[in-house]
Design a protein around this ligand. Structure first.
Ligand code: SF4
Length: 361
């Protein structure tokens, strides 16, 4: 069992994955090409350690193996993440290298995509919608308000809004200037006031003050597109949906799950790779990963649990120590976006966001 450090549990998991020295693994059975790797979570670390004990220390090419990078020249061995044992068992080259090197069959793509989702589920077992809500109306309004801002800022703003206007009828009858003042911190507050009041009016007049639970009804509401509709269906009604936001689109293209850029086409393409029952949770996993590790500008490849499966490994920082510094939210040891996160997130060491103007306790 690799001797690793004292970082907070969640942070430790990512770091462990990329830094665990193979040389510490006393193994005797597995061929050298089956490079070992440390696993992501504390819980699974033990299991992995058992696996790695099968690797011959003499044959393992150092701590610094496998460049999951397409070009070996671009990926200095010391910076490459250790390939996971389960991946390395399948071939001599790390998966990412193989994926990038030649066209991938449909079957291989489906397998790789599902494996990535399983790995992400291990990395983010508590993945959840990051908007605070207590009912479908609140989630719908919060989702509309989340355009061009963070979920954190919306969560810090909606408690005041919903305290004053708890129902669609209340919001529809509100004084627009008062609503504007309440939601000002989220930016574009005039346009957002028009949107959420228009939404509240439509709910009141056409749906009896209730949020409809069908896609075809939701998308008829003013300001509600498929993305917003799927957020509401998936999280407030338990109906599977894929949420193609900016993170989701960026990551699935990095992973070569699709080349599509139109959100509706992305949604369709990805929906064909996974069973419908996995769509909602898949969306959370991918969005969590995009927010915490695989950022738009500086992906933290050196701290990424799915590096061996990613054709874009090396697009970001590959040095494990530098990559760790790029991690956000709980992976970086910081608060999350929800003031009232699910218990599973708190149990995993997640810290709730402070209220607007508040400080971290
Ligand atoms: S951070 Fe993103 S680009 Fe880098 S290896 Fe991970 S998934 Fe791939």
């Amino acid at each position: 069992m690799p001797a690793k450090k004292k970082t907070p549990a969640v942070v430790k998991t990512s770091a462990a994955k990329t830094t665990t020295p193979a040389t510490k693994t006393p193994a005797t059975k597995t061929p050298a090409t089956k490079t070992p790797a440390a696993k992501t979570t504390e819980a699974t670390r033990t299991t992995k350690a058992t696996r790695t004990t099968k690797t011959p220390a003499t044959k393992t090419p150092a701590t610094k193996t496998p460049a999951t990078k397409t070009s070996a020249a671009k990926a200095p061995a010391a910076k490459a993440p250790a390939a996971k044992a389960s991946v390395a068992k399948t071939a001599k080259a790390p998966a990412a290298q193989r994926v990038a090197a030649k066209p991938e069959s449909r079957t291989a793509l489906v397998r790789r995509a599902r494996k990535i989702n399983r790995e992400l589920a291990e990395a983010y077992p508590y993945a959840h919608p990051e908007l605070d809500f207590e009912n479908p109306f609140q989630l719908l309004v919060a989702t509309v308000m989340s355009a061009q801002t963070t979920d954190l800022r919306v969560n810090q703003t909606t408690p005041g809004l919903f305290a004053k206007y708890p129902t669609p009828e209340d919001l529809a009858a509100a004084n627009p200037e008062e609503v504007e003042e309440l939601i000002r911190p989220t930016g574009f507050f005039r346009a957002k006031t028009r949107s959420i009041m228009g939404l509240a009016k439509a709910l009141t007049e056409e749906f009896g003050g209730e949020v409809p639970g069908r896609l075809e009804d939701l998308v008829k509401l003013p300001g509600v597109g498929r993305k917003t509709a799927f957020v509401v269906l998936g999280n407030a009604f338990g109906r599977p949906g894929i949420t193609v936001d900016t993170h989701f689109g960026r990551l699935v293209r990095r992973w070569k799950w699709t080349d599509e850029t139109d959100p509706d086409k992305v949604e369709k393409a990805i929906g064909e790779l996974f069973p419908k029952s996995e769509w909602t949770q898949l969306s959370h996993h991918v969005i969590f990963h995009g927010r915490r590790i695989c950022h738009a500008r500086k992906p933290a490849c050196g701290a990424c649990p799915i590096a061996p499966l990613c054709p874009a490994y090396g697009e970001g920082e590959t040095d494990p120590e530098k990559a760790k510094k790029l991690l956000k939210y709980e992976k970086g040891g910081f608060p999350g976006q929800r003031l009232n996160p699910p218990q599973s997130y708190l149990d995993a060491g997640g810290v709730p966001a402070p209220p607007l103007g508040g400080t971290i306790g």
